[in-house]
Design a binder for this molecule. Structure first.
Ligand SMILES: [Fe+2]
Length: 315
């Protein structure tokens, strides 16, 4: 089996879907059922802190398997599968992950790439904080697996448009209209810089970051952030932006799928460390090799500082 490598540039321009789910009411009911939600920091198992943004998440599917009751239909949504086939010129589409994000009113996020997927290390073999710097470093491109991302919004607030840089950050950006409930954008978000515009009014922003152990609870007419039984802030439903993210591997042919899934080309955690260490040495960075990739905070800082998004935190 020949080792195939995906293109280094965007594989598919963003494609807007005007009716993402056939039955949006059942999707919104599942979003409610997922409460209470953990913060993004807690979900990604990053070190705990008391300055986490108002961004909450849970998973409906991971590693190609549905893990949330009732999410099968959404995970194998034919609208996403057909759009991915057309946009990525791919015959074989393998749904991989699905998650819900809930965001409180906030300023625009920095341009970023989504967490990439690499042969051999996309099933929690390495800590998830390491994936973003792997993507930004460009050191692991030959292991990247082509993937489509479909983001569907359920949002009745103002703004929050999707902005993207099809030719890279040095060239002008383009904008997709503000999100409308049950519309989606399907794109190559691991290789195309993008961001979400400012959402809601500044007066509704969280005054301070929240504790990463905080939870977002469903209430009768909205959502409430609680920490250790203490109410932090309540938001009416119209202010919370729900986005449902679907990810699927996209292979041109079955031959491509077999090549990308051939384990003889897999990365291992040891190789990942070795590649980072060699590059850090080349850059002249003073550092110590990690003693444990899961718990070595010093190593995490070195990697995140040296391989960050150009304009902000590497989420
Ligand atoms: Fe993103």
């Amino acid at each position: 089996m020949v080792k195939l490598v995906r293109n280094e540039t965007m594989l598919a321009a963003p494609h807007r879907l005007l009716r993402a789910f056939e039955n949006p009411e059942s999707i919104e009911a599942m979003v409610d059922r997922g409460a209470p939600y953990k913060t993004i920091t807690a979900v990604q198992k990053n070190p705990a802190n008391d300055n986490t943004p108002g961004w909450f998440r849970n998973f409906w599917a991971l590693g190609g398997k549905v893990i949330f009751d009732g999410a099968e239909e959404a995970f194998y949504n034919p609208v996403f599968i057909e759009a991915a086939q057309q946009s990525f010129c791919a015959k074989v589409i393998k749904p991989l992950a699905m998650m819900t994000n809930l965001n409180v009113p906030a300023p625009s996020s920095p341009p970023h790439l989504d967490l990439p997927f690499f042969r051999g290390v996309h099933q929690r073999e390495i800590p998830s904080w390491m994936l973003a710097p792997m993507g930004y470093s460009s050191l692991f491109h030959e292991w990247a697996i082509p993937i489509a991302s479909a983001i569907t919004w359920f949002y009745r607030g103002s703004d929050g448009q999707f902005e993207y840089w099809p030719q890279g950050l040095d060239e002008p950006s383009q904008t997709v209209a503000p999100p409308v409930t049950n519309t989606a954008v399907l794109a190559d978000n691991e290789y195309m810089y993008h961001r979400v515009g400012e959402m809601g009014n500044e007066t509704d922003y969280l005054k301070n970051g929240i504790d990463s152990a905080a939870l977002l609870h469903r209430r009768k007419d909205g959502w409430e952030i609680m920490h250790a039984e203490e109410p932090i802030q309540f938001f009416p439903s119209s202010q919370i932006r729900v986005s449902i993210l679907w990810k699927a591997f996209c292979f041109k042919t079955q031959y491509d799928a077999d090549s990308f899934e051939d384990p003889s080309y897999n990365l291992t955690p040891e190789t990942v460390i070795e590649i980072f260490c060699n590059d850090l040495k080349k850059k002249g960075v003073t550092f110590r090799e990690p003693f444990d990739i899961n718990d070595d905070v010093e190593w995490m800082k070195v990697v995140l500082e040296n391989y960050a998004a150009p304009d902000g935190p590497a989420y």
